[in-house]
Design a protein around this ligand. Structure first.
Ligand code: FE2
Length: 203
């Protein structure tokens, strides 16, 4: 069963002005499609991977081909990323449980957002900023390239609650080199309904 590109769950321009339609079009239709196509090629080339889920592959990623790591991570990370954002008016807000955990583990919402943005801005080159649940507690981390906290190669492992793509392809058309401005705008489209759901499932 081949991996497929999930449709974007909203219109290309639905996240404007935070994320422009042109960026969303290239990001979803071209970049994500390429991860899907190259993942399928890599999996087809290795009979031992037939029928395995991405999560199964992530658990043994250190032993798998680099193409599976890069493109499998690319496919999984982006599939989640689209759902982690929502059009204005549909983003919701942190649940009481999540807000309490953010206060307890991360020093409150403002500090969490600032530290998450710092993790994204500080990720050298391409990568992702993450909010994870590790041993029952919230933690901010980042990964290079298309790695994620489910992979055995990750420095910090845990269940993903939120992620932000900090590859230049996620922001360059609108923000050029201003990654910090993109991350600041990202919060206006964070789909807290989805984040709440992931947090509830993780604990
Ligand atoms: Fe991306």
């Amino acid at each position: 069963m081949a991996f497929t590109l999930p449709p974007l769950p909203y219109a290309y321009d639905a996240l404007e002005p935070a994320i422009d339609a042109e960026t969303m079009t290239f990001h979803h239709d071209k970049h994500h499609q390429a991860y899907v196509d190259n993942l399928n090629k890599a999996v087809d080339a290795d009979a031992s991977l037939a029928g395995k889920s991405m999560e199964e592959m992530f658990a043994t990623m250190s032993k798998l081909p680099k193409a599976v790591r890069n493109n499998g991570g690319g496919h999984w990370n982006h599939s989640l990323f689209w759902e982690l954002m929502a059009p204005h008016g549909q983003t919701g807000e942190p649940s009481a449980e999540l807000a309490a955990a953010i206060d307890r583990d991360l020093g409150g919402l403002d500090k969490f957002m600032a530290d998450f943005n710092a993790a994204g801005a500080g990720q050298f080159g391409s990568g992702w900023a993450w909010l994870i649940v590790q041993d029952g507690k919230l933690k901010i981390t980042s990964t290079p390239n298309q790695d994620n906290p489910l992979m055995d190669v990750a420095d910090e492992k845990g269940a993903v609650v939120l992620g932000a793509d900090v590859w230049e392809h996620a922001y360059y058309l609108k923000y050029q080199n201003r990654r910090a401005d993109y991350l600041k705008a990202f919060w206006s489209v964070v789909n807290w309904n989805k984040v709440n759901q992931l947090y509830a499932a993780a604990i």
